[in-house]
Ligand binder design. Structure first.
Ligand code: TZP
Ligand code: MG
Length: 207
């Protein structure tokens, strides 16, 4: 398992950005991102596989890691660096068996109990959210706020990733609450310049 996570964890969104995943990855990498999640709830396995292969080709040349949302099978087939699992996806232990010890397995949680349970599984990080209201996710879980992120960060040993509604001006507070990283979608794609916004996030989070 690989516990190292950068402070910014961008997630692709073709609807919000209007761009193919591979183009988003190129711009995010240009802005300084070093771990990127490919997330697409509307495409077929074939489309996700092909998109991921293209993203891995761009990212790996720069030493950047690609994590696939939901699909451990696609991550493995496309030789991606890991998978991000939701509560309804393959169990983390099964994903770990498929992906082996070196790839990244992360899991999304929405309550203290889910986060504590997830931390005992063979995962590299535990995502907690939504931190703030978000319109990116269909039927989002109730907002957990910085309070739950802080409590989970105190109680588990694994890196915590804050997710959901994390705008530029709220990102630092998520790290201050104890998270190791912030996962961001909409705030990266609504300013017009994806690489610049990525750099702004990184400057704010590392400064
Ligand atoms: N899981 C919880 S909230 C969310 C996911 C994937 C969406 C986060 O997107 P945004 O646009 O950064 O709020
Ligand atoms: Mg999922």
């Amino acid at each position: 398992m690989n516990p190292q996570l950068p402070p910014l964890y961008p997630i692709t969104d073709t609807k919000l950005s209007g761009l193919p995943h591979s183009r988003q990855v190129a711009l995010l990498v240009e802005g300084g991102a070093t771990v990127i999640q490919i997330r697409d709830k509307d495409c077929t396995a074939d489309e996700l596989y092909r998109a991921t292969v293209a993203c891995v080709a761009i990212a790996r040349a720069q030493g950047v890691r690609i994590i696939v949302n939901d699909r451990a099978d696609v991550a493995l087939a496309a030789d991606a660096d890991g998978v991000h699992l939701g509560q309804d996806d393959l169990p983390a232990g099964e994903a770990r068996t498929l992906l082996g010890p070196s790839r990244i397995v992360g899991v999304s949680t929405h309550t203290l109990q889910q986060a504590i349970e997830a931390s005992s599984l063979p995962v590299d990080y535990v995502a907690v959210g939504p931190a703030f209201p978000t319109s990116t996710k269909v039927n989002p879980d109730p907002v957990v706020g910085l309070t739950l992120i802080a409590e989970v960060s105190r109680r588990i040993d694994k890196p915590v990733v804050g997710i959901g509604g994390i705008a530029l001006e709220r990102a630092r507070a998520v790290l201050n609450a104890g998270a190791a990283s912030v996962a961001v979608i909409s705030a990266l794609y609504t300013s017009g310049d994806i690489s610049l916004r990525t750099t702004e996030f990184l400057n704010l989070l590392t400064g």
